[in-house]
Design a protein around this ligand. Structure first.
Ligand SMILES: *Cc1c(COP(=O)(O)O)cnc(C)c1O
Length: 386
């Protein structure tokens, strides 16, 4: 616990210090050996991590790249997405999902999300597909798997590739299959705050398709298919050996960390169920990995302020849907076009969530949220309660 004084407990939104403390020496040993050999790019450390991450996800190939954004970009480019193509994705996600589409030269086309999971709404997918649609990018947002059965059925019927954005969903499952193994390819991020994070930037593309994996390997290395042979224009998007070595140390702990997140989520769900908050769901047959625990409340900003006053950190993921971002704004999709996404953006508030959030700390957050809500009710002139 972060005890500041006798009876004041501070709960940050996320805490990476306690997570790394038990691993610092092991990572440092790996790094020392790489430093002594000056093996920074490629080599055994990269290969070893790629092999173990592919096994973890349950696919044939994992290609380590410089970030989750480049993982998306390279996976899309490897499926052939380029100028003149459209790529369908959700209006409610991190900006990079659509940014990667644009960097391939393709045009992002948005669809609305489900009210309960904030993931791509398959009922609205077909209307977004047209003759130029090259790929569909469902996002396993907050760690809850997207409705892949329905998405894949529609994609297959139209002969369109699916590239999963699994940046928030390392270890999530539908049945016994992991996210990252459903699409033609998937993109993971190892940004430090993700469920599996590097000690800096990192990402990976996973796939069962050997040819696609080969294209991604070339694209991350300037499009080189053999020394000095640049078959197409690629990127410098390799992941260095130091990051891969750190990720190999951390990967064996991922399931335990996800279990710890799930325990904290259970405390939140049990403690907040009778309040006016709309709580996140975990659908039957699915393993949610709780990258984020996002509640909804019509007075989200007020709730965040009340919690800040009680030393509880919160976050916004994400306050502006992509169709209303200046970079993607277009007269054809004004406010109101994707109402469910807009509601998530307007009302969503992320409560503290990280593996070190034990049941006592989560219980303390529950108490503080309840106290904040009580205060807000009392301040309302015509308090109706729930
Ligand atoms: C983090 C994230 C990305 C981008 O990953 P980076 O490693 O930060 O480039 C893409 N999509 C989603 C949904 C993310 O959360």
């Amino acid at each position: 616990m972060n005890v500041l004084s006798e009876n004041k407990t501070r709960v940050p939104f996320v805490d990476l210090v306690d997570l790394h403390e038990p691993l610092v020496e092991e990572i440092a040993r790996e790094w020392t050996s790489l430093l002594r050999g000056a093996r920074f790019i490629g080599g055994d450390a990269v290969h070893a991590f790629e092999t173990s991450f592919a096994r973890y996800v349950g696919v044939e190939h994992a290609v380590a790249v410089s970030s989750g954004t480049s993982a998306l970009q390279l996976a899309l480019a490897a499926t052939g997405a380029g100028p003149g193509d459209e790529v369908v994705t959700v209006a409610h996600t991190f900006f990079a999902t659509a940014e990667a589409i644009a960097h391939c030269g393709a045009t992002p086309v948005f669809v609305d999300v489900e009210a309960d999971t904030a993931n791509l709404d398959p009922d609205k997918l077909e209307a977004a597909i047209g003759p130029r649609t090259r790929a569909i990018v469902p996002v396993h947002l907050y760690g809850h798997p997207a409705s892949m059965d329905a998405v894949l059925e529609i994609a297959d019927r139209h002969g369109i590739a699916v590239v999963e954005d699994a940046a928030q969903a390392h270890g999530a499952r539908i049945g016994d299959r992991s996210t990252g193994s459903f699409g033609r390819a998937a993109a993971f991020s190892f940004y430090p705050g993700k469920n599996l994070g590097a000690c800096g930037e990192g990402g990976a593309v996973t796939t069962d398709d050997a040819e696609l994996a080969g294209r991604v390997r070339a694209l991350r290395d300037h499009g080189q298919t053999a020394k000095h042979v640049h078959t197409r224009v690629g990127w410098n998007a390799r992941l260095d050996a130091l990051q891969c070595a750190a990720l190999s140390v951390k990967l064996p702990h991922l399931d335990a960390w996800n279990d710890a997140r799930a325990r904290a989520a259970r405390v939140y769900l049990a403690g907040l169920t009778d309040t006016e908050l709309t709580l996140p769901v975990e659908r039957a047959g699915v393993r949610h990995v709780w990258h984020l625990f996002v509640v909804r409340h019509p007075e989200r900003d007020r709730l965040a302020a009340e919690l800040a006053g009680r030393d509880i950190g919160t976050g916004l993921h994400y306050p502006t849907p992509l169709h209303l971002q200046p970079a993607f704004g277009h007269p054809s999709r004004p406010e109101g076009t994707y109402p469910v996404a807009e509601r998530w953006a307007r009302e969503g508030l992320s409560l503290p969530m990280y593996p070190g959030l034990d049941e006592d700390l989560a219980g303390h957050v529950v108490q503080q949220v309840r106290s904040a809500l009580e205060r807000m009710r009392a301040d309302r002139p015509t308090a109706t309660g729930v």
